[in-house]
Design a protein around this ligand. Structure first.
Ligand code: DC
Length: 236
């Protein structure tokens, strides 16, 4: 069917940035707006971490890099659209793991797993294949620098750490979790540091990325900002 949606030019939109600054909310919203595929690459690193936890490659929080690498050939990841959520769920070897990858246990080990070279090589190759036909919004840490250095639109998202911690605090307390604001702020700061200091593909702004600091912006304002940038790169 001919719709306004599929007349949009198909480009790659790379969204990188710090944790908890609303990257996936923003990425999902623009994918919906453009009729693009949204790929949450953090979910892929989380899925490998979950599999490693469930198959003995992580014990008492200690990641055995060699054991993780040995498991890699048997890990098959795919995304399937879930109409109820209006987004794709992640599957490992045919099992839906969307809920299981967001636990604290996975969050605590994912930085170590995502710093293993063989893990990054496998997931980067998958991500490049997923975006081969363009028409994707991919969110992560190294999309504009490593996965798609040729992305037509690169956005680097950031927000004041105090604002990010407050958002995360509101989210968790609304869910009934007992957490302290200070504990969350420390976690935000230490994840920023781990992401930026990683030896392979550290988080950094690509030279040609544009910065979106959403500390004081509503989602609507971010969408208006995005529409202008999208027109700028597709109408030139
Ligand atoms: O976006 P997230 O918090 O769900 O990502 C989980 C972890 O995966 C995060 O600690 C950094 C890592 N990650 C990465 O190294 N490269 C990516 N492209 C995406 C995420």
């Amino acid at each position: 069917m001919y719709t306004e949606r599929n007349t949009k030019p198909k480009i790659v939109i790379a969204i990188d940035g710090f944790s908890s600054c609303g990257k996936s909310t923003f990425a999902k919203a623009i994918a919906r707006r453009l009729g693009y595929i949204f790929i949450d690459t953090g979910a892929m690193y989380r899925a490998v971490t979950l599999y490693a936890l469930e198959h003995g490659a992580i014990r008492s929080g200690m990641v055995d890099d060699d054991a993780v690498v040995r498991l890699l050939p048997e890990i098959h990841i795919d995304f399937r659209f879930n109409p109820e959520r209006g987004a794709s769920d992640i599957y490992v070897n045919g099992d839906r793991v969307e809920g299981k990858i967001r636990t604290i246990e996975v969050s605590n080990c994912v930085s170590a797993v995502s710093s293993i070279g063989a893990v990054r090589r496998k997931l980067v190759a998958m991500q490049q294949e997923m975006g081969r036909k363009r028409g994707v919004v991919m969110d992560g840490r190294d999309i504009g620098t490593t996965v798609f250095p040729d992305a037509e639109l690169k956005i680097f998202m950031t927000a004041d750490p105090a604002v990010r911690a407050q958002r995360r605090y509101d989210e968790l307390t609304a869910r009934g979790d007992q957490v302290s604001y200070d504990e969350i702020l420390q976690n935000v700061l230490s994840r920023d540091k781990a992401d930026m200091e990683r030896a392979i593909s550290p988080l950094r702004k690509a030279d040609d990325a544009i910065v979106l600091d959403n500390s004081h912006m509503t989602v609507e304002e971010q969408m208006e900002w995005f529409d202008r940038e999208f027109r700028r790169v597709t109408e030139r």
